[in-house]
Design a protein around this ligand. Structure first.
Ligand code: FRU
Length: 564
């Protein structure tokens, strides 16, 4: 009986939708002609499906194009396409399905044709057990690198690599969020969308305080990679403080024959009275200069013979930092790279000098800003107040980011961290300290850890800290003063089965003596900091229930609630 009712319901739904039923033009080609009634078309996605290309056509003209994994047999979730933005009451969706062996009959039976529907609302209420509480996440869809971060007039802006049409990497668009305190983020409409030059890869924003571009004092300019025929660098201006951008008419502004040529990070260099820009070119960085953000002059390359080169270099940054306890400043070049010895993605850095033309270092060691597995694409805010250098990272790893056990959204950013430089045994290192804004979250002392908390551990020497739940799932952290290392083992932390590279033990060198640790837990992440800012380690975990016990052998643990 139930079955009968269900098939009747499905048939009725089919009848209701009949006016918008698909035209199956071939085994790889379908069309949907829509009378636009509501704001959104809700499109069903099945993550295991192959990719289809969709064109939105109005009066024979293509208005938008994107890729999507159309649901064939089961709906994992819906994504919204704003169909009112085209300003027409009739639009056509043209689907090109890339799937071997598909027949017209099978395409006609795709469950998506039954389930696709118009609605004035898209339900963004959180459905995820593992969605962090005090970390930035996209409301829905896939996210990777933080992009274009800047501060202006009391607001921090965070853009990010976003797929608005699924929770796996695709359709790179700049999503946008804003915050007064780097912790509570409000989602904004997408800021920069793909165009004929390509999808929008990573890049940066600057606040043009001196109006060098002629676009007006305080104009926000974005420099990003157009990923099209090849990777080129494009420019866009915002006259409304970063809400929307108008692309520069003569894009691209920087081109090259190099295949991997991307992620421009621009900044004003007071010392030369010009803009500088650093971008990733293969496994090197290239540095440029410009008087006006439009015309760029190649200055030099950096990288040969320095650091880790197993994979391409990505997402650079370059800035001056204070050396702790001195009045000296040094430059730091940040270089995110994939394919590192400890597995997948990581952020290395170089400390040296920069004269606006060339970056120089005599650093011999390869150094990492964070020794966990889930800290990548780290870049810093432009124009941050009080001379602060605030960094945020994408809290995942290219090895498994697409299959972590969340679906409504994928990936979060790290907590904000303030950077500086410290000296130890005659060498310089990057200091990483949770931004002061994090202290406002610290609530009252509580007995046991929970799924969102901060744990402070005072250490006297050798220590073993175990965070566990009643299921026996645990994270084991060890401090070995003799070896000068801190480690975190997540092999038994919960669900690790979704990827062979997820179970892991990560090890960090500690520079000096660890006296106190700050451990931030937020649903699916553990970020550990030396309270003196000399070691950071970020790892994801997916326990089947929250860790509720902490045992600190050789140390004293105090647990604080998080007060939002
Ligand atoms: C780094 C990266 C960048 C690129 C972006 C594409 O994670 O590969 O180099 O611009 O992601 O989404």
């Amino acid at each position: 009986m139930k079955k009968l009712m269900l098939s009747l319901a499905v048939m009725l739904a089919g009848l209701v939708l009949y006016a918008q039923a698909p035209e199956i033009l071939s085994s790889r080609h379908a069309m949907l002609r829509l009378d636009v009634k509501d704001k959104y078309l809700l499109i069903p996605v099945q993550e295991s499906e192959s990719i289809s290309s969709v064109k939105v056509i109005v009066s024979g003209e293509q208005k938008q194009a994107f890729n999507i994994r159309l649901a064939s047999s089961k709906v994992d979730y819906f994504v919204p396409l704003d169909i009112q933005r085209f300003g027409s009451d009739k639009i056509v969706l043209d689907f090109s399905i890339r799937k071997e062996g598909l027949t017209s009959e099978a395409l006609k039976d795709y469950v998506c044709w039954w389930e696709i529907r118009q609605d004035d609302n898209f339900d963004t209420a959180n459905r995820e057990r593992f969605r962090p509480v005090y970390h930035h996440t996209p409301v829905y869809g896939w996210m990777n690198d933080p992009n274009g971060m800047f501060y202006k007039d009391g607001l921090y802006h965070l853009y990010y690599q976003w797929n608005p049409y699924g929770s796996q990497w695709e359709n790179m668009t700049w999503g946008h969020s804003v915050s007064h305190d780097l912790i509570h983020w409000d989602a904004m409409p997408a800021a920069i969308e793909p165009d004929a030059l390509g999808t929008i890869f990573s890049g940066s924003c600057v606040v043009d305080l001196a109006n060098t571009s002629g676009q007006g004092r305080g104009t926000v300019a974005a420099l990003f990679t157009s990923a099209g025929t090849n990777q080129t660098q494009s420019l866009a201006f915002s006259g409304d403080d970063g809400k929307s951008f108008v692309k520069y008419a003569s894009n691209p502004v920087i081109t090259s024959d190099i295949k991997d040529f991307r992620d421009p990070k621009a900044f004003w260099n007071q010392e030369i009275g010009k803009w500088n820009l650093i971008l990733a070119a293969g496994d090197e960085m290239r540095i440029y200069s410009s008087p006006d953000l439009v015309s760029w002059k190649y200055e030099s390359s950096f990288g040969k013979g320095y650091g880790e080169h197993s994979g391409v270099w990505e997402c650079p940054d370059l800035f001056k930092l204070n050396v702790r306890g001195t009045d000296r400043q040094l430059w730091m070049l940040v270089c995110n790279t994939n394919g590192i010895p400890s597995g997948g993605s990581g952020t290395q850095y170089f400390i040296g000098s920069f004269d606006g033309h060339e970056f120089r270092t005599d650093q011999k060691e390869t150094l990492w800003m964070d020794y966990g597995k889930d800290h990548y694409a780290t870049v810093t805010f432009d124009n941050a107040p009080g001379g602060r250098r605030i960094a945020m990272a994408w809290m995942s790893n290219w090895q498994y980011a697409g299959v972590v056990p969340t679906m409504q959204f994928r990936s979060a950013n790290s907590i904000p961290r303030d950077l500086d430089i410290f000296e130890h045994d005659g060498r310089y290192y990057c200091g990483v300290t949770p931004s002061t804004e994090m202290s406002a979250l610290r609530g009252r002392k509580v007995k046991n850890p929970s799924e969102t908390c901060e744990i402070v551990v005072d250490l006297k020497g050798n220590a073993e800290i175990v965070l566990s739940n009643p299921k026996g799932e645990k994270i084991v952290m060890e401090y070995d003063p003799k070896a000068g290392t801190f480690s975190m083992d997540r092999t038994l932390s919960g669900d690790t089965s979704f990827h062979k590279d997820f179970p892991a033990k990560t090890v960090a060198p500690v520079h000096g003596t660890l006296k106190q640790l700050r451990i931030f837990v937020d649903k699916c992440s553990i970020e550990v900091f030396d309270a003196d800012g000399k070691m950071a380690m970020t790892n994801l975990v997916f326990p089947s229930e929250p860790y509720s016990t902490i045992k600190a052998k050789g140390g004293r643990a105090t647990v604080y609630s998080i007060e939002q």
